[in-house]
Design a binder for this molecule. Structure first.
Ligand code: ZN
Ligand code: ZN
Length: 358
């Protein structure tokens, strides 16, 4: 089987990856499209611990090809995958807060094998392969009418961004929003802020190339800023009373501090980017004195089983132009090039297409 394997030195497209059949409570999914997210770079850069070799990829869509005992999904069903391998029965899961599920349902043996040795599965998903095996609660049925690449975005960038704006920051009509970082998630945050009716949507990024897409997706202002000091000066100039919501989509300590310090009275700052393990943040704590809030956010802090189908409906109704984010669609054999393009800031979202692969 075709897959992309990271061994600590090279990212190689291979054809001799093996995948086992699904066990009880599992589903085999044939991947059609998988987005390359900044979080996939974390194991490449050693920013998070990861056993090697590994199949990366965690933002994907595909079709069900086989179910293990106890799972009943029709073969051919189009699905979006989620990293949330939750139990489904604890109070957090039952109340629609699966990101707070603390019960590990187990089953963390990798389904992949190569040359008789295990190949690990990134975040129990491993989507950069023609076929993967995941827990039944990691697949979310969506209509067939959504293009595969767009459906993939629903699994990470879109669900995270819309959750961060609608459920965490709770942006309401007319509010001012500052978005720090215009990668795939930051640009999705812009779309979500626009959909929420935000008045002013200011985007700050160090890459001037992002201006055009940010404005097309609904930003009212785009500013090139490289340092936290520049960002603080910009925020003070544009909105002296602060912003109602600030979404930090980079995962950098100095930018997160600037985010908190840019809040209006009653403002909400959301940590959307994933800072490296061990990151410490220092900010003036009086910045929270006037009822401001600093919020964590894991995968949008929503239930993907309800949030993803709703986003799919909104996309199909023409409300959310999610596919404008997809800059490049390439086969897995161009994996190293797509990673280089992401690092060079050339992509809004790069997506691997696996349709037709063996
Ligand atoms: Zn992601
Ligand atoms: Zn649970």
């Amino acid at each position: 089987m075709h897959g992309l394997v990271w061994d600590g030195d090279a990212l190689s497209a291979v054809d001799d990856l093996e995948v086992r059949e699904p066990l009880a409570g599992e589903v085999a999914v044939e991947i059609e499209a998988a987005g390359l997210c900044h979080s996939d770079l974390k194991p490449l850069d050693g920013d998070i611990p990861q056993a090697l070799p590994v199949v990366l990829g965690h933002e994907a869509s595909g079709v069900v090809v086989a179910c293990g005992p106890g799972v009943d999904l029709p073969p051919g069903q189009r699905v979006v995958l989620t990293v949330l391998r939750t139990c489904g029965v604890c109070p957090a899961c039952r109340s629609g807060r699966p990101t707070l599920c603390r019960r590990d349902p187990g089953g963390d043996t990798t389904p992949f094998l190569r040359h008789g040795a295990p190949v690990h599965q990134f975040v129990r998903l491993g989507a950069f392969a023609r076929r993967t095996v995941v827990g039944a609660r990691q697949v979310i049925p969506v209509p067939d009418t959504i293009p595969a690449a767009t459906a993939a975005l629903l699994g990470c960038a879109a669900v995270t961004a819309f959750g961060a704006v609608e459920e965490r920051a709770r942006v309401t009509r007319g509010e001012s929003v500052l978005v720090i970082g215009a990668g795939g998630i930051g640009l999705s945050v812009v779309q979500a802020a626009r959909a929420a009716g935000a008045g002013r949507i200011v985007v700050a990024d160090q890459n001037p190339r992002k201006e055009d897409i940010a404005l097309r997706l609904g930003a009212t202002d785009f500013w090139v800023t490289g340092t936290a000091a520049e960002l603080a000066a910009l925020a003070g100039r544009l909105s002296p009373d602060g912003f109602d919501a600030v979404l930090e989509c980079v995962g950098r300590a100095d930018l997160l501090a600037a985010a908190v310090e840019a809040l209006a009275w009653g403002g909400r700052a959301v940590i959307v980017g994933l800072p490296p393990t061990g990151t410490q943040v220092t900010f003036g704590v009086r910045s929270l004195f006037h009822d401001q809030t600093l919020l964590g956010c894991r995968m949008g802090s929503v239930d993907p089983h309800t949030a993803i189908p709703r986003l799919a409906e909104r996309y199909l109704a023409g409300e959310l132009p999610l596919d404008r984010l997809v800059t490049k669609v390439v086969p897995l054999s161009e994996g190293a090039e797509l990673v280089a393009a992401l690092r060079a800031g050339e992509l809004d979202r790069g997506v691997f297409s696996l349709e037709g692969a063996l």
